[in-house]
Design a protein around this ligand. Structure first.
Ligand SMILES: [Zn+2]
Length: 434
C-alpha cells in the first residue's frame, strides 16, 4: 500500500497540455515540510515575477495564477514533479489526497476553555492548526481571541498578538489584560516587540533582562503593511505598483488618469527555515503557543481596489499563509486569524457571510468561526433611554462554524454573553426577532 509506484499517474492529475508545459516551468524554491509543499516558480511572461504554489498535506492545492483552485495548473504540476523526485513517498501520499482519497483526520490534543458553549461548538482550542474568526465590525471577534489566550497562559505558554490594524497594543489590549488577569487569577504582562523590517531584527520593550521569568507574557507587534508582515515571516519583497496612464492637455497639465494601481510582488529573498525567520526566533525563544493575527484582512486591503490586483494578493497571501502553517506545525502553536466578513448579495445561502480573502482562507483555516449579533430590534443598539424590550440581546453573540473538520457548516449554534469581564456562556439561547 505505501509502496512508491515507479510511475506517478500525472495524467490523472492534469491535462496533456499542462503535462507538456510543466517541465518548462522554472522552480526557484521548493520546500517540503510538515506544513505541506511550498513552491516559488517563475512566471513565463516575466521571469522576475513569481507564482506561489501551496499544497497542504491533505491535498488542497492553490496557485496564485488565476482560476486554478484544485485545477492542477502547470506551476502546480511542476512543483509536484520536482517534489516527487526529492521526497517520493511523501509526495505520492499527498497526490492520493489531491486525487480525492479520504482525507486524514489528525487527532490533535485540544485544550478546553472555561466557555462550555465554545467547547461544545468547536471542541476546544485546536493546537497546531489555523483557526479563523470572522464577523462584521463590533461583534467583538478580537476580544474573543484575546480571552481564549488565557486558556493557553494557564498551561504556562506565552502568546503573541500581531496587530495589523493599529491600536490594539496601545488601547484595548492593556484594558482587557487587566480585566482577564482578575477573572483568571493570572498576572499576564504585556511586552512590545519593535520590529525593524529592513534589518530583520526585533527589540523588546521592556528589554529582555527586565521581562519577568515567572509570569505569562503577551507579546504585541504592530505591523500594518503587507511587506512588513511578510518580512516578519521571512519573506522579503518589493511591492510594485503600476503608475496610471496620464492624459495631458497641450500645456502638459494632467487632465485625466487611467488604470494603474495594479500590484505585483517581486520576491527578494525567502527564509525556508521557519526557526530562522524573525517571528520564528521570537516564538521559539519565548515558548509562544498562541498567535493572534488581528487582522488577516487588513494588510491585504491594499489589493482589493480592483479585480486586476487579485493575483498580487494571492502571491502575498500564499506565502504568508504557508509561513503561518509552518509556525503552527513546527511549534505546535494555535493560530487565531481575525477576518473581516463580507456577504454576497446575490447568494441566498450566504446568510452568515464569509471571511474576506478568497478560497485560500478555507484551504488553510480548517476552523472558521462566525460571530454574529442578533437581528432586528432585539439586537439593535438601544436609542437614548427608551430601551423597553429593544436591545435586550445587545450583548449576546451567536457563534457558528463555517468550517470544522468534522461538522457540517452552520449545523450548530451557541450563544455567548458579553459582560464587563469578557465573554460568558449565555444562560439561554435567544432567538432572532422575525
Ligand atoms: Zn499556476
Amino acid at each position: 500500500m505505501s509502496q512508491v509506484p515507479t510511475e506517478i499517474p500525472w495524467n490523472l492529475l492534469a491535462s496533456q497540455s499542462v503535462i507538456k508545459r510543466a517541465p518548462l516551468v522554472k522552480i526557484e524554491h521548493l520546500r517540503i515540510s510538515r506544513a505541506g509543499i511550498l513552491g516559488i516558480v517563475q512566471r513565463v511572461s516575466d521571469p522576475n515575477l513569481t507564482r506561489i504554489v501551496t499544497i497542504t498535506h491533505d491535498g488542497l492545492c492553490t496557485c496564485s495564477c488565476e482560476g486554478s483552485y484544485n485545477n492542477v495548473c502547470s506551476h502546480l504540476l511542476a512543483v509536484l514533479m520536482l517534489a516527487a523526485i526529492r521526497a517520493p513517498q511523501e509526495t505520492i501520499n499527498i497526490i492520493r489526497y489531491v486525487l480525492g482519497e479520504e482525507k486524514p483526520l489528525r487527532n490533535a490534543y485540544i485544550p478546553t476553555t472555561d466557555l462550555l458553549n465554545f467547547n461544545s461548538l468547536v471542541g476546544g482550542i485546536p493546537v497546531g492548526a489555523l483557526f479563523g474568526i470572522f464577523g462584521v465590525p463590533a461583534t467583538n471577534k478580537s476580544l474573543l481571541s484575546l480571552q481564549l489566550s488565557y486558556t493557553m497562559f494557564g498551561f504556562g505558554a506565552n502568546a503573541l498578538l500581531v496587530d495589523t490594524e493599529g491600536g490594539s497594543g496601545a488601547h484595548s489590549l492593556p484594558f482587557w489584560v487587566e480585566r482577564f488577569n482578575k477573572r483568571y487569577g493570572l498576572d499576564v504582562q504585556i511586552v512590545e516587540v519593535k520590529y525593524d523590517w529592513e534589518k530583520l531584527t526585533w527589540k523588546l520593550d521592556p528589554t529582555e533582562e527586565k521581562i519577568p521569568k515567572d509570569k505569562p507574557i503577551f507579546f504585541v507587534v504592530d505591523l500594518r503593511m503587507i511587506h512588513k508582515v511578510l518580512s516578519f515571516h521571512g519573506v522579503q519583497c518589493h511591492l510594485e505598483i503600476t503608475e496610471p496612464k496620464k492624459k495631458k492637455d497641450k500645456e502638459g497639465v494632467v487632465i485625466d488618469e487611467e488604470g494603474g494601481g495594479k500590484i505585483s510582488i517581486r520576491l527578494k529573498s525567502f527564509e525556508d527555515n521557519i526557526k530562522r525567520t524573525p517571528i520564528g526566533q521570537l516564538v521559539d525563544k519565548f515558548n509562544i503557543k498562541y498567535i493572534i493575527y488581528d487582522s488577516i484582512t487588513n494588510p491585504q486591503e491594499l489589493f482589493v481596489s480592483g479585480q486586476l490586483n487579485f493575483p498580487g494578493r494571492d502571491d502575498a497571501q500564499g506565502l504568508w499563509f504557508q509561513q503561518i502553517q509552518e509556525i503552527a506545525q513546527e511549534f505546535n502553536a494555535t493560530i487565531m486569524g481575525i477576518f473581516h466578513a463580507s456577504r454576497s448579495p446575490t447568494d441566498q445561502y450566504d446568510t452568515h457571510g464569509h471571511p474576506v480573502g478568497g478560497k485560500a482562507v478555507g484551504h488553510n483555516f480548517k476552523y472558521l468561526l462566525s460571530i454574529e449579533r442578533f437581528q432586528g430590534a432585539m439586537g439593535a443598539k438601544p436609542m437614548g433611554t427608551d430601551i423597553g424590550n429593544k436591545g435586550q440581546y445587545i450583548n449576546f453573540r451567536k457563534i457558528v462554524m463555517l468550517r470544522h473538520p468534522t461538522k457540517a457548516p452552520f449545523s450548530e449554534r451557541y450563544t455567548l454573553e458579553l459582560k464587563d469581564s469578557g465573554f460568558w456562556d449565555a444562560k439561554f439561547e435567544p432567538q432572532d426577532e422575525k
